[in-house]
Ligand binder design. Structure first.
Ligand code: 5GP
Length: 138
């Protein structure tokens, strides 16, 4: 299994397709998931290419997990959540659909039902507002 730089997140990183960006540094980008499972569902990706956790450089993982923690704290605050789920899938059998390493961040309210993975495309105005709320909470 090799990394294919034509995946959608590599295109987002290269600026070839738009995204609602929340945070960016030298190693990492965080942006809204376009088919969110909850309000505030966002993704953290490394700028360097790996399919998933299995082939990632541990140094890259260290950067990504630190930003995932930062985003999880912001998501908790911005959405007044009671908890935060971090999800990460490796290969098709495990539910991975985009083959560039990413961590999902889902702020969750007590008793909230989480929508199915890769379900419905969200309204872009709503996503822009949520990205703004997350940026303000960083
Ligand atoms: P995976 O199944 O690989 O863990 O999750 C891929 C995620 O990427 C899904 O939650 C899906 O909604 C999201 N996604 C797919 N295409 C796009 C896109 O073009 N832009 C953004 N921002 N998210 C996407």
């Amino acid at each position: 299994m090799t990394y294919d730089a034509n995946n959608i997140f590599a295109k987002i990183l290269r600026g070839e397709i738009p995204s609602h960006k929340i945070y960016e540094d030298e190693h990492t980008l965080a942006f809204m998931d376009v088919m969110p499972q909850v309000d505030g569902h966002c993704l953290v990706v490394p700028k360097s290419g790996s399919r998933n956790l299995l082939d990632a450089d541990p140094e890259v993982l260290a950067h990504v997990i630190a930003v995932t923690q930062k985003m999880a704290r912001a998501a908790l605050k911005a959405f007044n959540a009671d908890g935060v789920q971090i999800r990460q899938y490796n290969e098709t059998a495990a539910g991975q659909t985009v083959f560039h390493l990413h961590f999902h961040i889902l702020p969750v309210l007590e008793g909230q039902i989480i929508k199915p993975h890769s379900g419905k495309m969200a309204d872009h105005i709503a996503l822009a507002k949520q990205a703004e709320a997350l940026r303000a909470a960083l």
